[in-house]
Design a protein around this ligand. Structure first.
Ligand code: ATP
Ligand code: MG
Length: 383
């Protein structure tokens, strides 16, 4: 709700600035237009009078009219180009602001080397809010993900699950507390180095206006031109047949952004994938980052049909095997095999344990699990 109010306020400020600019542009153009019309009108009057009295010939008059039209056209172009130039300079300001901005995160002058993960990742009393004006999202989390184990994170919308993922990838630093990678605070290591050790499917994954193979290869730039690796990742994510069947196979553009309206009808120019197909592509992008030490999966199957979801989770479980992983899902059937399931509510851990322990505890997890299970069972013949 608050975010919507802020967005609305930002939108209004931007619209007001745009209106002010438009008004100035219209004012300048109207002024110049009026001046040009006065000069041209006066000149024409003089020329017609002079032609009437025989001071100028009909040819002179035609040339004069042409010259006036050319000058008017030139002035209009000048006004338009000046306005465009003004727009471009405003954008350049934004560009300079972005390119000269300092780092969002504190960067150590001498980052510590990041050891290969041996023991695990630990969150120690982690508190987080997006800024001093925002409410606390994580409130004192203590959590361990031992190396080689699968941790699942569940909780209602807005509980802070994806926020925790952002902290693990170091898109933000904890406001208080520490995240330790084998005892080393991730604030002390190079963020790029940390991220190279992580493979992730984000809840709000990107879809790039590029070809299918590039969309997968961007997961690991070393694989960008390695078609065999890209196809293997796509096959594991169950999207190989779809991509191979496109008009130009893996080289088909997955966008119609760059084409004229008439070309958009032609599927060979670019293809629009469905939401579930994009999600499989995002999973393939993570699979191409093979052999990473930590695998993060934030709602990897939310857009998939039931059969695809089952297939993907079986594949992910196989892929996770022996690797440290964090899985977030609202479908509790998908997380039941995790070594530890953690329930997050209001930024706090309210329950933790494996599936059976949590069911036996008859708390929040058990309530949600039975709720979901009953929805499926309600219409079965046995019931
Ligand atoms: N960039 C941001 N700036 C400010 N607030 C944010 C930002 N991103 C998320 N939030 C807020 O943080 C809270 C937790 O969001 P988060 O995305 O971590 O929840 P979640 O548990 O992943 O929810 P879901 O199940 O819907 O994916 C929400 O109240 C959200 O509005
Ligand atoms: Mg989320």
């Amino acid at each position: 709700m608050t975010r919507a109010v802020w967005m609305l306020a930002d939108r209004r400020t931007a619209d007001a600035a745009k209106r002010k600019l438009d008004r100035r542009e219209i004012g300048a153009q109207a002024g110049l237009g009026l001046l040009a019309a006065l000069v041209a009108g006066g000149g024409l009057l003089w020329a017609v009078t002079a032609a009437h009295s025989g001071a100028v010939s009909a040819g002179d008059l035609t040339m004069f009219v042409d010259a006036v039209a050319a000058v008017q056209g030139g002035l209009a172009t000048l006004a338009r180009d000046t306005a465009r130039c003004h727009h471009a300079l405003l954008l350049l300001d934004h560009y300079l602001e972005v390119t000269t901005a300092g780092p969002d995160l504190q960067v150590r002058a001498r980052p510590r080397p990041l050891p290969g993960l041996r023991q695990g990742i630990e969150l120690r009393n982690v508190w987080f809010r997006y800024s001093d004006q925002h409410p606390w999202i994580l409130r004192g989390l203590d959590l361990r993900i031992p190396r080689g184990s699968a941790l699942a994170l569940v909780g209602l919308n807005g509980a802070g699950k994806s926020t925790l993922v952002k902290l693990l990838c170091r898109f933000y630093d904890p406001t208080r507390g520490q995240i330790l990678w084998d005892g080393v605070d991730i604030r002390d290591v190079d963020a790029g180095e940390l991220r190279r050790r992580i493979g992730a499917v984000f809840q709000d994954y990107m879809s790039y206006d590029m070809s299918a193979s590039e969309n997968i290869g961007l997961g690991d730039l070393d694989a960008l031109h390695d078609r065999a690796r890209i196809e293997a990742a796509a096959a594991r994510a169950g999207v190989h047949d779809t991509l191979a069947g496109l008009p130009h196979g893996y080289d088909t553009l997955l966008t119609r952004l760059f084409f004229m309206e008439s070309d958009k009808q032609d599927p060979a120019t670019g293809v629009v994938l469905s939401g579930g197909q994009w999600q499989r592509l995002a999973i393939a992008r993570a699979f191409v980052r093979d052999r990473r030490e930590l695998m993060i999966l934030d709602e990897p199957s939310s857009g998939l049909d039931a059969a695809a979801e089952h297939e993907i989770h079986t594949c992910l479980a196989r892929h996770r095997g022996g690797r440290t992983s964090l899985l977030i899902s609202h479908r509790l059937g998908a997380v039941r095999d995790a070594d530890v399931i953690v329930v997050l509510r209001g930024g706090r851990i309210v329950e933790r344990g494996d599936h059976h322990a949590l069911l036996a505890a008859a708390g929040e997890y058990a309530r949600l699990f039975h709720l979901q299970a009953s929805r499926y069972q309600a219409d079965t013949p046995a019931s």
